[in-house]
Design a protein around this ligand. Structure first.
Ligand code: 13P
Length: 262
């Protein structure tokens, strides 16, 4: 794939603490409004970027309701094409026109249930960046890969195949999210040590291609059964810069307990 080099009109995304709630296919409009009302009652931590990703149908309402609030509303997915005959899909330009600035790509549920391959994800990443959207790029191994002690190779390939055609300036607009598939929605988390080991490996993989400075400036989130009772220990690890939260993000108290766990 051609190297993607972009002089983006985006704020450079230096490494920071991030907690993002991925609401997946949960909550209708009134449930979304209720959850947002509850989120607005919480104390927003000053040193953490807090984000929520509602479904497409609730995005506009969520965006407007949180317009003057520090919680950023982000999208769960988008198509790689700029526009056209793709029934049921949503484009980067459509997200941008709402004011959305960040999109999640490569979630394991998209890979598993919607056949999103590394090649498709590389195209989605390019389209997102060309449209000046920041990307939270998800990847992670399955249980069989970890049992076979193959998890580092799988993760390295997922990153290389979808991201390594980017130059360093484009990579600055990517947040990485390591989500081991076996820990998503299962109640089973990677231990803080397993998370740290993988995050250090990811940073080393980035450093080998882009140098230490770029690797050190990249935010790497952990996702997979993060809850109020385990977030502090996971976030205390030096290479873990926050979390992508599923189930616990659907409850305002739990979500903010996690966001306040640094
Ligand atoms: O997939 C996830 C976030 O994107 C994690 O989900 P859970 O927190 O429900 O395990």
């Amino acid at each position: 794939m051609e190297i993607l080099s972009l002089e983006l009109d985006l704020e450079s995304d230096m490494r920071k603490n991030i907690v993002a709630g991925n609401w997946k296919m949960n909550n209708d409009l009134s449930e979304t409004e209720t959850l947002i009302r509850e989120l607005k009652l919480q104390n927003n931590p000053s040193d953490v970027e807090v984000m929520v990703a509602p479904s497409f149908t609730n995005l506009w309402q969520a965006f407007n309701t949180l317009k003057d609030h520090p919680i950023e509303v982000i999208a769960q997915n988008m198509h790689f094409a700029e526009s056209g005959a793709y029934t049921g899909e949503v484009s980067a330009a459509m997200l941008k026109s709402l004011g959305i600035k960040t999109v999640i790509l490569g979630h394991s549920e998209r890979r598993a249930y919607f056949n999103e391959t590394d090649a498709i994800l590389a195209k989605k990443v390019d389209t997102a960046l060309k449209n000046e959207l920041r990307v939270i790029f998800c990847f992670g191994e399955e249980l069989k890969d970890r049992k076979a002690d193959n998890h580092e190779t799988i993760v390295e390939n997922q990153i290389k195949n979808a991201l390594f055609h980017l130059d360093a300036s484009a990579l600055q607009h990517i947040v990485l999210a390591y989500e081991p598939v076996w820990a998503i929605g299962t109640g089973e988390t990677a231990s803080p040590e397993q998370a740290q080991d993988m995050h250090a490996f990811i940073r080393k993989t980035l450093a080998a291609k882009y140098g230490n400075d770029v690797a050190d400036e990249t935010s790497i989130l952990y996702g997979g059964s993060v809850k109020p009772n385990n977030a502090k220990e996971i976030f205390s690890k030096p290479d873990v810069d926050g979390g992508l939260i599923g189930g616990a993000a659907l409850n305002a108290d739990d979500f903010f307990a996690i966001a306040n766990s640094f």
